[in-house]
Write a protein that binds this ligand. Structure first.
Ligand code: SAM
Length: 269
């Protein structure tokens, strides 16, 4: 808990930078799907291989911060990935019945995670999943077919569109709680097709317009490919320009592994 307080107290607001120095190990991890909407704690299960767990050992089960401590500590100690930290933060922001956006659905893992957070018996929660690659949408669709029942799958709207145009497909009346970007290229796909600073910035402007108060823009930024650093710098400049009155902007960056993915969170108060 003290570690968590340290982190929350150290979030980078505006231009202030938060950096952690630690090793990084990325265990292979595949999420086991849920065929029913589940409670807050059981919506995500790791596979048997990495033996990871998501519930905090030192917080009560009903604590609103349960699990966060493990995700962050695991990340700092090299046992969790940037995406694990992102997913855990989402779980503390997103509610059942929310509308959320996966701005880069790729292979569909983030989309599936989001569906588990918003879906319940009311069927009011929706996930809008976007990608410029038809192949990515096919991969996502296939994962969803394997993981969800038809009713659950109907709650996910797939669009073959650039995320800079998200306002064209997301209903204007929707209160959007989370917009997530997992940038870079499609794992296992064409590495020439990557997110680009220009469209990422346009998408962030659109996200800023449609995000509800109490909502989150979540990014995982990859810098190991050409253009990655430039994209990171553009995002940092965008975040630094957000008013500190209305936004809390935070970056987690490995000091000794410059190519490691970088989670960034822009929380709208
Ligand atoms: C790192 S992958 C996303 C991984 C995915 N979230 C998952 O869970 O598997 C990045 C994706 O962004 C997509 N992409 C690139 N530029 C885009 C754009 N302008 N609009 C939407 N998607 C884009 C790529 O096609 C690729 O599938």
């Amino acid at each position: 808990m003290s570690l968590l307080r340290f982190w929350l107290g150290s979030i980078a607001i505006q231009k202030q930078r938060t950096r952690f120095s630690c090793g990084f190990f990325a265990p292979s991890q595949r999420y086991i799907s849920s065929s029913r909407s589940r409670n807050f704690y059981s919506c995500l299960k790791p596979n048997q291989q990495d033996g990871a767990h998501y519930q905090s050992s030192s917080l009560p089960r009903d604590s609103p911060l349960s699990g966060m401590e493990d995700a962050l500590t695991g990340y700092l100690l090299g046992k969790k990935r940037a995406t694990d930290v992102a997913h855990m933060v989402w779980r503390h922001v997103v509610q059942k019945g929310d509308t959320v956006v996966d701005a880069t659905c790729g292979n569909g893992y983030d989309t599936l995670e989001m569906l588990k957070l918003v879906a319940d018996d009311s069927h009011k929660g929706f996930v809008y999943a976007l990608d410029i690659q038809k192949d990515a949408l096919d991969m996502t669709s296939s994962l969803l077919d394997d993981s969800l029942n038809p009713t659950e799958k109907q709650l996910i709207k797939l669009f073959n569109i650039c995320h800079s145009k998200m306002e064209e497909v997301i209903p204007s009346h929707a209160s959007v709680r989370l917009i997530a970007f997992n940038l870079g290229y499609l794992p296992g796909g064409d590495k020439e097709i990557i997110t680009r600073s220009e469209t990422t910035l346009l998408a962030l402007e659109a996200a800023k317009r449609i995000l509800m108060p109490g909502g989150l823009i979540s990014l995982v930024v990859y810098v190991g490919h050409p253009g990655g650093w430039e994209e990171l710098e553009s995002i940092e400049a965008f975040a630094a320009g957000l008013s500190s009155e209305n936004w809390i902007c935070c970056k987690l960056q490995m000091l000794n592994r410059p190519s490691s993915p970088i989670p960034i969170f822009l929380f709208k108060r």
